[in-house]
Design a protein around this ligand. Structure first.
Ligand code: ZN
Length: 67
């Protein structure tokens, strides 16, 4: 099946039986990232987590969750 990367708009053909294709069909994810972008984002996210300055699930409306 044809799918388009949300970030770089590169069109890719992915195996319709692949895990990504199943997730797209079931609309459990609303965006598709090509392998290059996926790898880049994963690397950046891990780097930010390692700095200790990056908090997952940060919530402005309920700070008590983080305390
Ligand atoms: Zn991409």
């Amino acid at each position: 099946m044809q799918t388009k990367c949300t970030l770089c708009e590169h069109t890719e053909t992915i195996d319709k039986h692949s895990f990504k294709a199943k997730r797209l069909r079931n609309k459990r994810i609303s965006l598709y990232l090509c392998d290059a972008c996926d790898e880049r984002i994963t690397k950046r996210t891990n780097e930010r987590i390692e700095t200790g300055n990056f908090k997952l699930f940060k919530c402005k409306n309920n700070k008590s969750i983080l305390q």
